[in-house]
Structure formats: structure tokens, C-alpha cells
Design a protein around this ligand. Structure first.
Ligand code: GTP
Ligand code: MG
Length: 193
């Protein structure tokens, strides 16, 4: 944690299962093909990676969860890091929790949503790889995920459907970030005055 950049600009964390498409989404949103390293093999991203965008805000690429070939020790270390990061990072404005739109609700995704909720960390749900299956399957999986969340949550977070291949969801997510950045600047100003 002590090695992270100074908490001076609004920041957005990308988290989700290994291979869900975090690094690809970062590249799609920023329009830079190989900013974040991607791989067909899960477990590519191993550290907390900060990318400064337009000198104004940070995108944070995180190592994913649910990768089977990880030792107990590494998993414990990852959990400690996540607890510190999501619980303490002052400039973390919002987390993008990525969910694979091809799958029915997965326990580790629901657990992570609850984990963020317990820490009081705001998040949105971003369904990835929507180009891979038909729209009706995606809609069905989104609906099932919402239904599962409703068991524990009164209010559901905003939901975005995306594809890093077709750039679906790009405008919507960027305009969400822009709104949050404006709000962050406003609050900072009010706090200072
Ligand atoms: P880790 O860093 O290992 O946790 O994975 P990650 O979540 O960063 O996934 P990454 O972006 O590396 O993508 C994993 C694989 O999924 C790569 O082969 C990508 O090309 C593919 N992929 C990611 N997003 C999409 C998408 O929207 N559509 C399709 N068709 N493939 C995608
Ligand atoms: Mg990655």
C-alpha cells in the first residue's frame, strides 16, 4: 500500500475473476491497445497497476480472484491486500466489479460484491464479453445475477453491459467516470472552502 501513487486524484478500480477481461476493458476504455497486459491464461495481472489518464484520474488494474493455480499463502496475501486497498484507499471513487456475461451467477462474484458492501466501497457491475453469446443469454444472466443480489441488498448498483471487442458500453462507462470526477472535484472544493 505504501508504494501506491499519492492519493491525490480520483481513482477507479477494476476487479473481478481472473480472465474476466479487466485489462482488456481498460485498454478498450482508454483506446490504447496494450496499456494493460492481457492474456488468454488467467492470472496475468499480479500487482496493483495504476494508469494515469489525462493527468486527471487513475485507472487501477488489479489481480483477479478465483484462479485455481494459486497457493493458499498467495491467496491470503491477496485477500489482505484487497482488504487494505478497498477499505483504506482514500481517493477510490468507485470500483468496477466485472462479471463474465456468459456465466450464471458465480459464488465468488457475489461474495466479492458483499465484501465491497461490508467495507462500504461503492461499486458498479460491469458485465464483460457480451459479444460472445447472444443478447438474450446475456440478459438472462444479468437478470439472474440481480435476483441473487436482491437476496442481500435493498438497492442494486448501476449495471453496464460491455464488450472489449465491439467497444459496447464504452461511451456509457466513460460518461459515468466523467460524472464521478466532476462530483469528486466539487466535493473537494467544498471541503476546502
Ligand atoms: P487477469 O489479469 O489474469 O486477472 O485477467 P483479466 O481479467 O485482466 O483478463 P484479460 O483482459 O487479460 O482477458 C482475458 C482473455 O479474455 C483474453 O484472451 C482477452 O482477449 C479475452 N477478452 C477480454 N474481454 C473480451 C471481450 O469483451 N470479448 C471477447 N470476445 N474476448 C475478451
Ligand atoms: Mg489482467
Amino acid at each position: 500500500m505504501s508504494e501506491l501513487p499519492a492519493a491525490e486524484k480520483p481513482e477507479y478500480a477494476f476487479i473481478g475473476r481472473s480472465n474476466v477481461g479487466k485489462s482488456s476493458l481498460i485498454n478498450m476504455l482508454t483506446g490504447q491497445k496494450s496499456l494493460a497486459k492481457t492474456s488468454a491464461t488467467p492470472g496475468k495481472t499480479q500487482l496493483i497497476n495504476h494508469f494515469l489518464i489525462n493527468q486527471a484520474w487513475y485507472v487501477v488494474d488489479l489481480p483477479g480472484y478465483g484462479y485455481a493455480k494459486v497457493s493458499k499463502k498467495m491467496r491470503d496475501e491477496w485477500e489482505k491486500l484487497m482488504r487494505n486497498y478497498f477499505g483504506k484507499r482514500e481517493n477510490l471513487v468507485c470500483t468496477l466489479l466485472l462479471i463474465d456475461s456468459r456465466l450464471e451467477p458465480q459464488k465468488n462474484d457475489l461474495d466479492f460484491a458483499n465484501f465491497l458492501g461490508e467495507l462500504g466501497a461503492p461499486f458498479v457491475l460491469v458485465f464483460t464479453k457480451s459479444d460472445k453469446l447472444g443478447a438474450s443469454t446475456v440478459q438472462k444472466n444479468v437478470a439472474l445475477f440481480k435476483k441473487e443480489m436482491e437476496k442481500h441488498w435493498d438497492d442494486l448498483p448501476p449495471i453496464y453491459l460491455t464488450s472489449s471487442e465491439t467497444k459496447k458500453g464504452r461511451e456509457e462507462l466513460l460518461s459515468f467516470v466523467q460524472q464521478c470526477n466532476a462530483e469528486y472535484a466539487k466535493q473537494l472544493k467544498e471541503g476546502l472552502s
